[in-house]
Write a protein that binds this ligand. Structure first.
Ligand code: GRF
Length: 197
């Protein structure tokens, strides 16, 4: 059974998809803890699904490194097999990436390497792209530059706003994330090999 710590900043719909998948006894992964960098709405899913939560507020630390060290300590208490960044809106300091790599993945609302960064959906709209996508990557020290585990195209439709496009992308993200966790747990995806390519 693959144990997961999932880190969020927002509503946690990707996290919910993982928690719902885990309710199936056949699903080979379990969320053992949920962490956040702020008082994220998605932390409520901890109570709903009986999963412990922790918060390491970015704002109450002197700098990114101090925040990262505390976050890492909290994560490591759970000894997870895999850490999933599921809408965490902070860059992890290099030493946190080094400590968790290659068992550290991130979901991103664009077809990487197109539109990396915090505003992938807005940037695709601003560029007038006819299509964008969703990607799941292994995290390295770049900004959304790590090896791609899975990705899928999503069309941009006439009249899309950032909200409507993001919702369409998130439908795909949730499916990719659940499938990738399944593939990692079953050994069909090997993160160590991927991160050396
Ligand atoms: C996802 O699109 C994720 O890729 C992005 O933030 C969104 C999180 O959505 N970085 P949710 O909190 O899982 O609903």
């Amino acid at each position: 059974m693959l144990s997961l710590v999932v880190l969020i900043s927002g509503g946690g719909s990707n996290l919910r998809a993982l928690l719902e998948a885990s309710e199936d006894a056949e699903f080979p992964a379990r969320v053992v803890a949920i962490g956040a960098d702020r008082d994220a709405d998605g932390l409520a899913l901890g109570e709903e699904f009986g999963v412990p939560t922790f918060t390491v507020p970015y704002s109450s630390h002197a700098d990114r490194e101090a925040w990262g060290d505390e976050l890492l300590a909290q994560i490591q208490q759970w000894q997870p097999d895999l850490v999933v960044l599921s809408g965490l809106m902070r860059l992890l300091p290099p030493r946190v990436v080094a400590a968790l790599s290659p068992n550290l993945v991130n979901t991103h609302p664009a077809y990487l390497p197109e539109f990396p960064g915090a505003h992938g959906v807005r940037d695709a709209l601003a560029a007038g792209a006819g299509q964008t996508g969703a990607s799941l990557i292994v995290v390295d020290n770049g900004v959304d530059e790590g090896p791609i585990i899975a990705q899928e195209r999503v069309p941009v439709l006439a009249g899309d706003t950032e909200t409507t496009l993001h919702e369409r992308i998130k439908t795909v993200e949730r499916r990719l994330l659940v499938q990738a966790v399944l593939d990692i747990a079953n050994g069909h995806v090997n993160l160590k090999e991927l991160s050396h390519t």
